[in-house]
Design a protein around this ligand. Structure first.
Ligand code: SF4
Length: 647
């Protein structure tokens, strides 16, 4: 069975870039959706009651290019103060549309909707308080709940309609209501249904000035939820614009990689009308990252056509993660974690020192190699012939002509061009890597790869529509029942590290979250090899394909934040960043924090001025402890659970 119909429900084409057609939403003077540019937005971190600080921060955000500014409105007081902020901004000549962020307080929403251009409501907590209860609902009881929500939500819808205020129905994976969780589980389907309940009420009221979002800190869940939302809306003849974001993405590399991966995966398929990159950094730093992500699509529709465009089979389900089935060969493919291949083919010479940059450190005194958590699995040396023994845990790849003269055929494998592969019988009995660019990958080559034992396909692309082009090669393999391991290879010329990081994260990460790829290889001669290697492992971690370090889920902070999030995140990170695989959430407030910690193992949550509450999963373990001792207590908690290791 072809998946053609199935997929076209979430995007027009898996091969030709095209923005999804949506309705147009007006947010003050700003139009959003369809052919309007993808809008960049961010959120203040100031106290909304502090007019001067909020105005000053908004000015910095607007200067950085922010087109829409969100502020938290936790109570009626903050909602009312939005008027002062707006007046001051107008007096200073700034007409940026403002958005009030609402959780738990319909009365604040109703006040704010008369003042600002847009309100954001979270269906998980607009009319519900989360108690983490699992309740069995009869159909009648469920309907009674929906009626209760309708009664609470309708007044806001009517105000928005009357005042021309836009609305975002913003579902968060971490804060689904107990009702949704009980019926649909903690799933993309639950997220979509949560939004649809609110959307149906809006439609019944004839209100359509709506944007939707499906955020999660888990990039797989986030992407699946957005796709499912588009499919569900299409089935219901609804075409609302989408706001994209990854929640609690963190800071530094992690935040950027995670955001580029989740947001980029959707932008590549033409989905998304506004984006917010949420970093645990000042909001003005979020804006250039978002701009870099969006800029890639300015002229994308003019890309080269994808050669041999193939529709996917049911082996790929865009709404439910499944790893592509591949044959295990040596340590690659099958159930192995995706491997990392470092590229030193462009190095002037190859020495043992070079390997230090990719996680293999030679100690000359002890004459021993050490491998760090970020030790790459293979190194491609191109036409170099290394004159030293390779460390344990890493294998060398050399061009076929060099491999023919290499004596150590246990630790070195051949790397073929397509032409060499088609004309050779000199093959390794362990592993052979065949590197082909997508446009040159003929069915003859594919069939020879299929027929040749121990062959790994390395796919690359020169098409600007890179991710879909590489994905198309996977579709071709699935159509032809070829299950060899696949290396996803991307090359970048840029010397701008952030650009490289964001683009590589989108191109490779978007495939990894769909279970495609048994290894990754990034070639970026203008970027330090150490950074390329860190970013490759970071992409695997953000896609949840290979965990090599502690994961931090930290909220971006807002007017509710009860401690210095950036400083605290840095402090916790410094002491725990060696705990491979442990997930720690650092959340600014107890109102939304616990609900949005997603699947963190531990939570460090602000619960009062100078007070922290510690969680193990969703369970409170220490309440209201002093912030001065809270990090030590967190470490004690991890130690008590047997998850601590010394640095
Ligand atoms: S969890 Fe963080 S970003 Fe979310 S409301 Fe609380 S302080 Fe604000």
């Amino acid at each position: 069975m072809q998946l053609q119909e199935f997929n076209q429900l979430y995007c027009d084409s898996l091969h030709q870039y095209k923005r999804r057609k949506t309705s147009t939403v007006k947010i003050g003077d700003l139009c959003m959706g369809s052919d309007y540019p993808i809008r960049v937005q961010s959120m203040t971190t100031t106290d909304t009651m502090d007019t001067a600080a909020s105005v000053a921060q908004i000015k910095r955000m607007v200067e950085a290019g922010c087109e829409l500014v969100r502020l938290t409105a936790p109570s009626i007081n903050e909602a009312k103060n939005l008027e002062n902020i707006k007046k001051q901004l107008l007096a200073d000549g700034i007409r940026v549309p403002l958005v009030a962020d609402i959780h738990f307080t319909p009365n604040a929403a109703e006040v704010a909707a008369k003042i600002v251009e847009k309100v954001r409501v979270n269906p998980g907590n607009y009319a519900d308080k989360k108690k983490f209860d699992v309740i069995e609902y009869t159909d009648e009881a469920y309907q009674a709940e929906l009626d209760r929500i309708r009664e609470k939500f309708t007044p806001l819808v009517r105000i928005c309609k009357e005042y021309g205020t836009a609305m975002r129905i913003g579902t968060n994976h971490g804060s689904l209501s107990d009702r949704i969780m009980s019926r649909y589980g903690d799933s993309p389907l639950g997220m979509v249904e949560s939004a649809m309940e609110f959307l149906r009420i809006c439609e019944d009221e004839g209100f359509h000035n709506i944007v939707l979002s499906m955020k999660s800190s888990n990039t797989q869940v986030m992407v699946e939820a957005y796709r499912l939302l588009v499919k569900t809306m299409n089935e219901n003849n609804m075409h609302y614009p989408l706001h994209l974001g990854v929640t609690e993405a963190g800071d530094g590399d992690d935040g950027r990689i995670k955001s580029a991966l989740g947001i980029g995966a959707l932008l590549e398929d033409g989905i998304g009308d506004t984006i917010r990159v949420s970093l645990t950094e000042d909001p003005e730093f979020e804006v250039p990252v978002a701009q870099r992500l969006v800029k890639r699509y300015d002229n994308r529709s003019a890309h080269q056509p994808i050669v041999n465009a193939t529709q996917p089979t049911t082996a790929w389900n865009p709404y439910n993660y499944g790893k592509r089935v591949s044959t295990e060969m040596s340590n690659i493919g099958g159930h192995n974690v995706p491997r990392v291949i470092a590229d030193f083919s462009h190095a002037a010479e190859v020495t043992p020192e070079l390997l230090k940059q990719v996680g293999h450190v030679y100690d000359a005194k002890l004459d021993k190699w050490h491998m760090t958590d970020l030790g790459c699995d293979f190194v491609y040396f191109g036409s170099h012939q290394p004159g030293f023994m390779l460390p344990n845990g890493v294998k060398g790849l050399v061009d076929a002509a060099i491999w023919n003269v290499v004596t150590d055929k246990v630790n070195f494998y051949p790397w073929f061009s397509a032409a060499d592969f088609m004309n050779t019988n000199a093959l390794s009995s362990t592993l052979n890597f065949v590197s082909v660019s997508s446009h040159a990958l003929t069915d003859d080559i594919l069939q020879k790869i299929k027929a040749t034992a121990k062959t790994v396909l390395v796919i690359s692309t020169e098409n600007e529509h890179a991710m879909p082009d590489l994905r198309n090669v996977i579709f071709r393999l699935q159509q032809q029942h070829i299950d060899v391991p696949v290396v996803l290879h991307r090359s970048f010329e840029t010397a701008v590290e952030e650009e490289f990081m964001l683009h590589a994260s989108t191109d490779l990460g978007a495939l990894l979250i769909d279970g495609m790829g048994d290894a990754v290889m990034l070639s970026a001669p203008s970027i330090k090899a150490e950074r390329v290697n860190q970013i490759a492992f970071g992409i695997l971690q953000a896609a949840r394909a290979r965990i090599t370090k502690t994961e931090y889920i930290s909220c971006p902070s807002c007017g509710r934040t009860l401690f210095d999030l950036q400083e605290t995140t840095a402090m916790i990170r410094k002491q725990t960043d060696h705990l491979k695989g442990v997930k720690i959430a650092i959340m600014g407030c107890i109102v939304n924090g616990p609900g949005e910690m997603a699947d963190a193992d531990y939570g460090y949550v602000g619960s009062g001025v100078g007070k922290i509450t510690l969680y193990r999963g969703k369970e409170v373990v220490k309440k209201g402890i002093e912030k001065e001792t809270a990090v030590d207590e967190l470490i004690e908690l991890i130690k008590g659970d047997g998850l601590w290791i010394e640095k």
